[in-house]
Design a protein around this ligand. Structure first.
Ligand code: SF4
Ligand code: SF4
Length: 306
């Protein structure tokens, strides 16, 4: 069974993807999973070659066929999401029919089940596209959510399933998941069933708050949780405080990455930071990788722990 490390942050823009790509490069070959489906950008760094693409169908949407509706109002009465309106076109029998507002429909199916005329269609929605690709560090599962579509949590779960299939097919031991920022449904979908988590946080007051929130989320899953303080030298005192608090929350501070212009240069050249720079942030990321490698080896082979 492949093991999974999910890299998370309390909000976007903390350098999570930079850290994820660097660790994947230093650990290659691994399977990569870009679970940040709302704003996928791991592919920008890794320039993957797409091997397979397929449409992704998320939740269901209900739609009334006006020609069959008798305007009994049952669907409006039962819908808990206020998605049904009495402003549909008339037909030969009634001057007005009911209409379902697609953006409000949660796809629960209640109206479909109880419509006495069987006048409501219930179809799965195409909400995105998923890909299996090759990168220089190993195979990668990723996806794109159609803008405005919901159910990104389901798409995250789909990406993770694809990543597991890749790991089994190519006999790779680790999946590195670039998780979505925040603590919402996509983040929960990214951490559920993972073997370990790495939180990337910045030494700011809001970064501290974000770390607390993400730590509380991960705590539900009772998995080892590591901390990387990114751009620690922007506020060394707060970086110390972050690590101290992380320890009190049961996390393991595992490395610090300094602020370094090489990070932007690497991104512009589609490289990871260690590929671009041996010193500075590149050196910090190598140290973080070494610290994690030992801890992850113990997770993969618990009998080797002393
Ligand atoms: S329950 Fe069916 S027939 Fe009644 S208003 Fe709704 S769609 Fe029309
Ligand atoms: S499927 Fe559920 S949410 Fe959508 S319109 Fe019907 S009752 Fe409302």
């Amino acid at each position: 069974m492949p093991r999974e490390l999910v890299i998370l942050s309390g909000k976007g823009g903390t350098g999570k993807t930079t850290v994820a790509a660097a660790l994947a490069g230093l650990s290659a070959p691994v399977v990569l999973a870009d679970a940040d489906v709302d704003a996928a950008n791991l592919y920008l760094l890794l320039d993957p070659e797409i091997r397979r693409r397929e449409p992704f169908f998320g939740g269901y949407k209900a739609r009334i066929r006006p020609g069959h509706c008798t305007a009994c109002g049952k669907c409006e009465e039962l819908c808990r999401f206020d998605a049904v309106f009495f402003d549909g076109p008339g037909n030969g029998r009634v001057p007005r029919t009911f209409r379902i507002e697609e953006t409000r429909c949660e796809g629960c199916g209640v109206c479909v089940h109880f419509c006495p005329e069987e006048a409501i269609d219930f179809r799965r929605e195409n909400t995105g596209e998923s890909y299996v690709s090759s990168t220089r560090f190993g195979p990668m599962a990723h996806a794109r959510l159609i803008p405005g579509s919901e159910n990104s949590g389901k798409l995250v779960t789909h990406v993770r399933e694809k990543a597991r299939e890749l790991a089994q097919a190519e006999r790779l031991d680790w999946i590195y998941i670039d998780g979505p920022p925040g603590i919402g449904c996509p983040a929960i979908a990214a951490v559920t069933g993972a073997d370990a988590a790495l939180v990337v946080a910045e030494p700011t007051v809001s970064g501290q708050h974000d770390m607390q929130r993400i730590a509380a989320l991960i705590d539900h899953f009772q998995i080892p949780c590591f901390l990387c303080v990114n751009k620690w030298d922007l506020n060394p005192a707060l970086a110390d405080a972050l690590e101290q608090e992380a320890r009190s929350l049961g996390m393991r501070p595992s490395g610090r990455v300094r602020y370094d212009a090489a990070v932007v240069e690497a991104m512009m050249r589609k490289q990871t930071v260690p590929e671009r720079a041996r010193a500075g942030a590149g050196e910090d990321l190598r140290r973080l990788h070494s610290a994690l490698r030992q801890a992850l080896a113990e997770i993969a082979n618990p009998q080797t722990q002393t």
